[in-house]
Design a protein around this ligand. Structure first.
Ligand SMILES: *Cc1c(COP(=O)(O)O)cnc(C)c1O
Length: 494
């Protein structure tokens, strides 16, 4: 199977999956998409439903990554989704009232859903380097506002052929996030605090990527710079698996009969997770609608309502920070998939120069055939956490709460009671201060985050995820604080 850029209008330069994963971004600035989407037969589904999660993952990945040896994919999936990495199961389901099935994607090493992709993606990259004859080390650079950094560190640590450096704004991440990163194990990882905000760290990384002189120096030293961005196909394809897996689990449990339709609701930021759900549907998952849930940064909800994507608006910091995004990069994949590369090229040019674009009416019609948008403000999000805890004894993190709130609003507005698979993207403990306050626990006097976790656990009778609890006693390994202009030297000093 070959891959083309979302902006490739001549369609003459297809690349292999290994190439797409090694490069990340296409040379024309577009994102890689498979030329066709493989479809699953009824027999394929029956087979999938009998497999465990690692086997399901290898099965789906091998359909898209057909240049990889199936036995390599099987070995990588076994290692990535092993019980010691996902002690609570890979993607278990908790069913809520009204046939809403919360798909818990946060039982991995960092307690958020990005582990589902970042545990396997570095292995896919490592193979891609070998398959393309690359002898240099891939030095992954990440600027993070918190969650991605830790998930990338856990994914890349001790992976052959790769090194990783994560830069975070010194006062721009939560205490828990900082400690999670500072305590990462592994011989090929580095974590550095940057004086400044997230944009300073991000701009510093971008500057390193675009400096030909640094690229030359890196080459001489035997490595090249690479990113762990969510625009990489290697991060998107593992996310298709859990939607298919969830459907199988619901059929196996007798909650659905094969062929019954589901709606899929996803708390969305970069549009990667929901686009993966859509690809699962294009493979044959019996889905009806995709509910794209946003927080106050409701650029996607506006787009689905009006056809106008406008990032020139106020940015809001919310209690669901992983969705605080104004440019949803992966939306480009949907535009290209349904609207073709010419339209995509024009719209992306307009986004770059004007900060907005208007999608043609026929494209919006196709998008709205499958997608509905919604958004929830901060009070609404807190109310969903509070009510769901009170009425169902189930603790939600703020991102998942946005998703659930949007499901309820959608159902009230449309009367569409189709069963829902709701992507649950983080453990509530990852966002303990917001969750504790939403269910009415008084704040602690000092900001001892570990004491707060224990309080939340004691009050709710739920368990603190082991990886978060462990951070309290792990040794702090990384304490460097630098100014942004020192960033280019870091990859050469470690
Ligand atoms: C990254 C993230 C999201 C958004 O996912 P996208 O694929 O960017 O749409 C939602 N919730 C949590 C907890 C996340 O970490």
């Amino acid at each position: 199977m070959n891959y083309l850029s979302t902006r490739d209008t001549v369609r003459t330069s297809p690349v292999s999956a290994a190439h797409a994963i090694k490069e990340g971004l296409a040379p024309d600035g577009g994102l890689y998409l498979p030329e066709t989407v493989p479809t699953l037969t009824r027999a394929d589904f029956d087979a999938l439903c009998r497999m465990d999660y690692p086997a399901r993952a290898a099965f789906v990945l091998s359909r898209f990554l057909d240049d990889y040896a199936p036995e390599d994919l099987a070995a990588d999936c076994r290692a990535a989704y092993a019980p010691d990495r996902f002690p609570g199961g890979c993607a278990p389901i908790h069913t809520l009232a009204g046939d809403i099935h919360a798909l818990e994607l946060w039982h991995g090493p960092t307690s958020a859903f990005k582990d589902m992709a970042l545990q396997i993606m570095p292995r896919l990259l490592s193979r891609a380097l070998a398959m393309t004859g690359e002898r240099r080390i891939a030095h992954i650079l990440v600027a993070t506002s918190g969650d991605t950094g830790k998930a990338a560190l856990e994914g890349y640590r001790d992976v052959d052929g790769a090194k990783i450096t994560v830069f975070y704004p010194v006062d721009g991440v939560s205490l828990m996030q900082k400690r999670q990163m500072q305590t990462t194990a592994g011989g090929n990882v580095n974590v550095v605090a940057v004086r400044g905000n997230f944009d300073d760290a991000q701009n510093g990384v971008k500057a390193i990527f675009s400096d030909p002189d640094l690229a030359r120096r890196a080459n001489d030293a035997g490595f090249f710079f690479s990113s762990a961005n969510s625009i990489n196909w290697g991060r998107l394809v593992p996310q298709i698996v859990y939607y298919l897996s969830a459907y199988c689990d619901l059929v196996n449990a007798g909650r659905l009969s094969f062929g019954d339709r589901v709606n899929i609701a996803v708390p969305t930021g970069n549009f990667g997770n929901i686009f993966a759900a859509y690809l699962a549907y294009r493979m044959g998952l019996p889905a009806a609608r995709f509910l794209c849930a946003s927080n106050r940064n409701n650029v996607l909800a506006d787009f689905l309502a009006t056809g106008i994507y406008d990032r020139t608006r106020e940015f809001h910091k919310t209690i669901s920070p992983s969705m605080d995004i104004l440019i949803s990069s992966n939306l480009e994949r949907l535009l290209s998939f349904l609207g073709g590369p010419h339209t995509t090229r024009a719209l992306m040019a307009s986004l770059k120069t004007a900060g907005k674009y208007e999608a043609p009416a026929d494209l919006m019609e196709k998008i709205r055939d499958s997608f509905s948008g919604g958004f929830l403000d901060e009070d609404g999000t807190r109310a969903v956490i509070r009510d769901t805890w009170r009425d169902e004894g189930y603790l939600l993190d703020p991102h998942t709460a946005v998703g659930l709130g949007c499901v309820k609003n959608y159902r009230a507005a449309t009367g569409d009671g189709t069963p829902v698979i709701l992507a649950s993207t983080a453990s509530p403990y990852k966002f303990a201060p917001a969750v504790a306050s939403a269910i009415g626990l008084p704040p602690l006097a000092d900001d001892d985050v570990f004491a707060l976790l224990r309080r939340l656990s004691a009050e709710t009778g739920t368990e603190i995820p082991a990886p978060l609890a462990a951070v309290e006693t792990l040794p702090v390994r990384f304490t460097a604080v630098i100014s942004p202009d020192e960033m280019p030297g870091i990859p050469f000093s470690s």
